[in-house]
Write a protein that binds this ligand. Structure first.
Ligand code: SAH
Length: 255
């Protein structure tokens, strides 16, 4: 029996054309595809039609497989000699727990390869017309996780509040008003531009833009559904001028 192998593959933020060539090739040759809920349906359809597909879950509050079981599943499939594609949204090493999965593989002596993907921050910002850095607006950019734990968000607020940076917040929808309030409390002007983007890079992409003071209310009225990404900082101002994707979609719908 040939030794099994696990490919930890980033599927990008949603648009199938944002897959890497490596990801597309591996999907085509896959025997087993273990995917999570962020992987869009058109990407899953690109997988080898004969491949076994296993849903690993991970929506908020619906962890179909707990992480340790998932790690063991990957190890078991590889020991059966399978070529396993572990397909994750975005990039596997950005807030995807891909690190934990390859640690488990390494500990079990299973061969693996990591295929990067376009992380939500890069893909979604591009499709929203928001350059994450710009010489006139921001000289650094931070990716942070904004999920609520016991009603609060565990971040170094003084560090985040320094001027000249763009903040990109993953998993921040539920904690949006806490997030904006904390930044203002730590000295960020409440007029700082901020946006939340739903389903970036897909046909249901929707950007809601405002300021730290107005965004929580605007987002609530827009009834956004996850996944959403929050971008905070002066660069968000550029969305009004540089939006090329949503404005084209509206134009196309009008014909
Ligand atoms: N590994 C992924 C991130 C996993 S964490 C990556 O690199 O992109 C899941 C979070 O990613 C979501 O809660 C959301 O904040 C963000 N996200 C992923 N895809 C997105 C999309 N298409 N639009 C908006 N946000 C997205």
């Amino acid at each position: 029996m040939l030794p099994g192998m696990v490919y930890l593959v980033g599927a990008g933020p949603g648009d199938p054309e944002l897959l890497t060539l490596r990801a597309a090739k591996l999907l085509n040759e896959a025997e087993v595809i273990v995917y999570d809920h962020l992987v869009s349906a058109p990407i899953l359809e690109m997988g080898n039609s004969g491949a076994q597909r296993i849903y690993a879950g991970k929506e908020r509050g619906n962890h179909t497989l707990v992480q340790s079981d998932l790690n063991q599943l990957l190890v078991r499939l590889a020991r059966e000699g399978k070529r396993v594609i572990r397909l994750k949204g975005g990039d596997p090493f950005i807030f995807g727990r891909g690190g934990e999965e390859v640690e488990a593989l390494a500990a079990a002596g299973i061969a693996f390869e990591v295929v990067p993907g376009i992380t939500a921050a890069c893909g979604v910002a591009a499709y929203a017309g928001i350059p994450l850095t710009h010489r006139d607006h921001a000289n650094s950019c931070l990716f942070v996780a904004g999920h609520l734990k016991d009603g609060s968000i565990d971040l170094d607020w003084d560090f985040l509040a320094r001027p000249g940076r763009t903040l990109v917040v993953y998993m921040g929808l539920l904690g949006l008003s806490t997030l904006c309030g904390k930044l203002v409390a730590h000295g960020v002007p409440e007029t700082t531009p901020a946006a939340i983007i739903q389903h970036g890079t897909t046909s249901s992409q929707k950007t809601v833009a405002g300021t730290l003071a107005t965004l929580p209310q605007l987002a609530q009225s827009a009834r956004l559904a996850p996944p959403t990404l929050i971008i905070i900082g002066d660069v968000v101002r550029l969305h009004a001028q540089l939006d090329w994707y949503e404005s084209a979609a509206v134009g196309a719908g009008a014909d």
